[in-house]
Write a protein that binds this ligand. Structure first.
Ligand code: NAD
Ligand code: MG
Length: 381
């Protein structure tokens, strides 16, 4: 592994990926952002990429002027980001948030670039299309999400899928663990943004509070590991030390543990199968003393089972659930709807979605846009 492209380099995962790139001396060929050109300019000056792409065309034009003294070519729009994904590189790390990452992932696959994938919404909305195209092109999709990296690591050396009884995803439980639905009626955005164990972008932090994140991860795991949803379980593990587990047919359970630090799964996805020193702290289990595990509260955190229903129904149902969640998550952050409305939005959209196969970009994007429209209609905003 020598060269990489980072899509979404100005975000939480993107900046941690640059920590890894710095440490491992990787050549960074492209960097991209939605609109954060100030940070992107700093990154351009440090990493000297061939291309920098900004989704917002106006911001791209501003950046072009700012970095006119460098050799970096500035591209704009979704096409610019897809062009960055298609540069000749050993790996494309996709750390864009939301379905905006789908076309760039498909572009990277078409170019034959292996992908380190943090952008889970890509697999949730377009799992069938993405995994089919990747297989056809011989492209590897390596998980960055900590739970999926843990499962991927715990599967190393396994004789095959027939030896796996189930996958167990761990969940921190988020800031509202132990609360009832009634307690959650009037929670504020600030309260929902206080994650106990991880510092992440705003969208995924809200997804952790509703536990939609775990539902999305269930669907992500189904596609990454080609496992039916009924073989994927979830356990709340408040300490976020056991990142996930694989149970084999002989009832052996193999897990990956570590102090929560995303730079470990990011680096593993980039250097697999090699391992190198990392900036993460050493795990001293004696300092933790007690690790706890329990069933999630599926009634209060209904998004988990809504996602399970969506992947079980198949077709574009997961894309609809994801689109509804993205729209509702944003409305909640803007103060326009209440916390519990997010789950109602996902549920309402699933009820009104009609089956369509998930084998074309058109169907996925149609389900996504219909879901968003329905959410805005539901809440009149
Ligand atoms: P973030 O909001 O911090 O960063 C998102 C990045 O995507 C930014 O660089 C932003 O400029 C870019 N972006 C946003 N909208 C875009 C658009 N329309 N077009 C192009 N680029 C756009 O988010 P994050 O926390 O880094 O999460 C990124 C992805 O990784 C998400 O899918 C998230 O679920 C996943 N993930 C994050 C973590 C974490 O610890 N942060 C852990 C596991 C998985
Ligand atoms: Mg995760």
């Amino acid at each position: 592994m020598k060269s990489m492209v980072i899509l979404g380099s100005t975000g939480s995962i993107g900046t941690q990926a640059l920590d890894v790139a710095r440490l491992r001396n990787f050549t960074v060929k492209a960097l991209t952002s939605n609109s954060n050109i100030d940070l992107l300019e700093k990154q351009i000056r440090e990493f000297k990429p061939e291309i920098a792409a900004v989704a917002d065309e106006n911001r791209a034009a501003e950046l072009r002027i700012k970095v006119a003294d460098t050799d970096t070519k500035v591209l704009g729009g979704e096409e610019g980001i897809c062009a960055a994904a298609q540069l000749d590189a050993d790996k494309v790390l996709n750390s864009i948030v939301g379905i905006a990452g789908l076309k760039p992932t498909l572009a990277a696959i078409e170019a034959g670039n292996d992908i380190a994938l943090a952008n889970k919404e890509t697999l949730v909305a377009g799992g069938e299309l993405v995994t089919t195209r990747a297989k056809e092109k011989g492209v590897a999709i390596l998980p960055v999400d900590s739970e999926h990296s843990a499962i991927f690591q715990s599967l190393q050396g396994s004789p095959g899928k027939q030896s796996v009884k189930r996958l167990i995803l761990t969940a921190s439980g988020g800031p509202f663990f132990g609360r009832t639905r009634d307690d959650l009626k009037d929670v504020t955005v600030e309260q929902a943004l206080k994650h106990p164990n991880w510092s992440m972008g705003a969208k995924i932090t809200i997804d952790s509070a509703t536990m939609m994140n775990k539902g999305l991860e269930l669907i992500e795991a189904a596609w990454l590991f080609d496992m039916p949803a009924d073989k994927i379980d979830i356990l709340v593990h408040r300490q976020s030390v056991v990142h996930s587990l694989v149970e084999y047919v002989d009832n052996s359970v193999i897990a990956q543990l570590g102090v929560p630090d995303m730079r470990v799964p990011i680096q593993y996805a980039l250097t697999y199968p090699e391992r190198y020193e990392s900036p993460a702290k050493q795990l001293r289990l004696e300092d933790w003393k007690t690790l706890t595990f329990e069933q999630p509260d599926y009634d209060t955190f209904s998004c988990i089972n809504l996602c399970r229903q969506a992947i079980t129904k198949g077709g574009v149902y997961p894309a609809a659930a994801n689109g509804a969640n993205e729209a509702a998550n944003k409305l909640f952050r803007e103060g326009k709807i209440k916390f519990l409305d997010i789950a109602d939005a996902v549920s309402g959209v699933l009820d009104s979605t009609e089956f369509l196969p998930c084998d074309s970009l058109e169907n996925i994007l149609l389900a996504d846009s219909r879901a968003r429209e329905k959410v805005h209609e539901m809440f009149g905003c």
